[in-house]
Design a protein around this ligand. Structure first.
Ligand SMILES: [Zn+2]
Length: 303
């Protein structure tokens, strides 16, 4: 082999490494936050992928996503997903014994059940296969979700959807334990489900947008209301089915970067945010990407 070519190849690798080290080192030099009497310790040091300490939930940043505050902390360095979650639809009487209302709700649940596995699959690409969809088989909402479960119900709520993530702080930061997603009990769903059952893709995207948005909240993502790399993110309040041309772009690069960060793939998340080209964590028959690697805690502060 030609020596000059080999050297050039090595030099290229070295240059890439140096660049990675530089970008990786700079944010870690942030000052240690002061002792916080409310939580009885110093807040965790923000990691390089996270929003600025003190930034509001709607503040834009260069990464395309914001994370939800946990336990009074604006910005724990350590946000993490559990290894697996079950996503489950439940029948919820919403306090009504009226059979027409119950029939409508059954119809909406059946319509969602048809496309839920696709929504979960699309999300799984960015969280490393952590979600598993358990098909609906008539279960009634028990009143609270199980550990590591993301429960979805229809309810009378004053919004299209409301997510209530469950999280706890461990000795380093925030860990997500699942959550409850409530979707508005509205006749809008009747039209969308009818359209979806007729094979109308627009109707399916229109169903997926609020559901996947709320799944994003249960996995730690907050709102990000500024267009990022030319797209309104799914975690904004303004993304609509008209903006979607395939299942792969229901989540936008900013959302994907956020989910990958939550799943511990910070290098890929950074690349996804910086380039808009996002390499999925999970793909069938991809031996390099499966099983998911454990999270990289290089930037976490260990107290
Ligand atoms: Zn929201």
């Amino acid at each position: 082999m030609d020596t000059r070519r080999r050297w050039r190849a090595r030099f290229a690798v070295l240059a890439t490494l140096t660049a990675t080290l530089l970008t990786g080192t700079l944010p870690a030099a942030a000052a240690e936050p002061p002792f916080d009497p409310d939580i009885g310790r110093r807040p965790y040091q923000p990691g390089p992928m996270l929003v600025n300490p003190g930034a509001g939930g709607n503040t834009a940043n260069s990464y395309g996503f914001n994370l939800v505050r946990v336990g009074g902390l604006n910005n724990p360095a350590y946000y993490e997903l559990q290894e697996s979650y079950t996503v489950r639809l439940y029948f919820n009487y919403r306090g009504s014994t009226d059979s027409a209302t119950r029939d409508k709700e059954r119809h909406w649940i059946q319509g969602l059940d048809d496309v839920m596995s696709t929504m979960v699959l699309e999300t799984n690409k960015w969280v490393g296969g952590r979600l598993e969809y358990d098909s609906y088989d008539g279960e009634t909402w028990p009143g609270s979700h199980g550990d590591r479960e993301i429960a979805i119900v229809f309810a009378n709520i004053p919004a299209t959807g409301i997510a209530s993530p469950s999280s706890h702080l461990d000795d380093r930061g925030a860990v997500y334990d699942g959550g409850l997603i409530r979707l508005i009990a509205s006749d809008v769903w009747t039209e969308l489900v009818d359209g979806s059952e007729d094979g109308d893709r627009w109707s399916r995207y229109a169903m997926a947008i609020p559901v996947m948005h709320e799944i994003g909240h249960t996995l730690g993502l907050a709102h990000y209301n500024t267009p990022f790399r030319g797209d309104n993110t799914l975690m904004s309040s303004v993304r609509v089915a008209d903006d979607v041309s395939s299942w792969n772009d229901v989540w936008t690069p900013g959302d994907k970067a956020g989910l990958m960060n939550m799943a511990g793939w910070r290098t890929r998340a950074t690349q996804c945010a910086n380039t808009g080209s996002c390499q999925q964590i999970w793909a069938k028959n991809d031996p390099l990407a499966w099983p998911p690697q454990p999270p990289d805690h290089t930037y976490d502060r260990i107290p």
